[in-house]
Design a protein around this ligand. Structure first.
Ligand code: NDP
Ligand code: 8X3
Length: 252
C-alpha cells in the first residue's frame, strides 16, 4: 500500500488532499497543529474510505518538534511514497513600510523554514529509486508579486526556487519534485491572513467563482498518476475568473 504524508491537513487544500488520496486507496499521515481536527479527519477517513490513517500533530515552524514528530511515525507508515508540502499561511496585507515583523516571521518560518524542516526530516523515509514524489504547494503569488503581498509573495517565490533546485538535487535518487501553484482558493487562508475578520475574508471571494480546495487536491493527485518516466514540474492553476493577481472578472 502506498503512503502519503500531508502537511497542513486540518483545513483547506491539505484536508481535501487527504480525502482524494484516501479515496484512491492510499494510507495517509496527516499533520497540522490542531489535534482535534486531525482526530476528526482521521475518523472520517477511516469510516468513509476504510483508510489507514496516522495523525501527527506538530508545529512545522519548530524544528525540534518536527524531528520529534517524525521519530513517532510507526513502522507500517515508514516508507513514504508522496510528501505534500502544503502547510502555509499569509499574515496581513500591509504595504512593506507598515508590515509587522511578527507577521513576516510567521510567514517565513512556516512557508520556507517549515517546508525545509519537514522535507529534511522526511527525506530519509521517502522512497528512492522510483515512486518517491515531493509536491510543494506554491502560489501565483510566487510567480507574480502584487501590492501588499511583499513578504508572502517572497516566501512563495522561495518555494518555487527551492522546488526547482530540489528537483535537480534529487534526480539521482529518482524522487520526482513538482510545484502546484494555485490562484485564489476559498479556504481558511483569507480568514487567517485577515486575522479572523470573517466579513473581510468573505469579500476576497465576492463576485467571482474562486477555486475550491478539491480542485487543487485533484490536480495534486493527478501529478502523482503519471508513469515513472514522466514528471509534471510545475502547475499554475487559476480560477477561470482570475487571469492573474490583478485581473478578475467579477459579476457585480
Ligand atoms: P488553510 O488556512 O485552510 O490551511 C492551512 C493549513 O496549514 C492548515 O492545515 C494549518 O494547520 C497549516 N499550518 C499553518 N501553520 C502551520 C504550522 N505552524 N504548523 C503546522 N501546520 C500549519 O489554507 P489553504 O488550504 O488555502 O493553504 C494551504 C497552502 O496553499 C498554503 O501553503 C497556502 O500558502 C497555499 N495557497 C493557498 C491559496 C489560497 O488562495 N487559499 C492559493 C495559493 C496557495 P493548523 O492551523 O492546524 O496548524
Ligand atoms: C494565495 C493566493 O493571490 O492571495 O497564495 O496570493 S493570493
Amino acid at each position: 500500500m502506498k503512503t502519503v504524508f500531508i502537511s497542513g491537513a486540518t483545513s483547506g487544500i491539505g484536508e481535501a488532499c487527504a480525502y482524494v488520496f484516501a479515496s484512491n486507496g492510499y494510507q495517509i499521515i496527516i499533520s497540522g497543529r490542531r489535534k482535534e481536527r486531525l482526530q476528526k479527519l482521521q475518523q472520517k477517513l477511516e469510516q468513509e474510505y476504510r483508510a489507514s490513517v496516522y495523525s501527527l500533530p506538530f508545529d512545522i515552524t519548530n524544528n525540534k518538534e518536527v524531528e520529534a514528530a517524525i521519530t513517532q511515525v510507526p513502522n507500517g507508515f515508514k516508507t513514504i511514497d508522496i510528501l505534500v508540502n502544503n502547510a502555509g499561511l499569509a499574515a496581513g496585507v500591509s504595504p512593506i513600510q507598515e508590515g509587522l515583523l511578527s507577521d513576516w516571521e510567521a510567514m517565513i518560518d512556516t512557508n520556507i523554514k517549515g517546508l525545509l524542516y519537514l522535507t529534511k526530516a522526511l527525506l530519509p523515509l521517502i522512497k528512492r529509486g522510483g515512486g518517491g514524489h515531493i509536491i510543494n504547494i506554491g502560489s501565483i503569488a510566487g510567480k507574480m508579486a502584487y501590492p501588499n503581498g511583499n513578504v508572502y509573495c517572497g516566501t512563495k517565490s522561495a518555494v518555487q526556487a527551492i522546488t526547482e533546485s530540489m528537483r535537480i538535487d534529487l534526480l539521482a535518487e529518482k524522487i520526482k519534485v513538482t510545484q502546484v501553484a494555485p490562484g485564489a482558493v476559498e479556504t481558511e487562508f483569507s480568514l487567517v491572513r485577515l486575522k479572523g475578520d470573517k466579513e473581510a475574508a468573505k469579500n476576497v471571494y465576492a463576485g467571482y467563482q474562486p477555486l475550491i480546495a478539491k480542485d487543487v487536491a485533484d490536480v495534486v493527485y493527478y501529478t502523482t498518476t503519471l508513469p515513472a518516466h514522466a514528471n509534471i514540474n510545475d502547475v499554475l492553476l487559476m480560477p477561470t475568473a482570475q487571469a492573474n493577481p490583478y485581473s478578475y472578472f467579477k459579476e457585480n
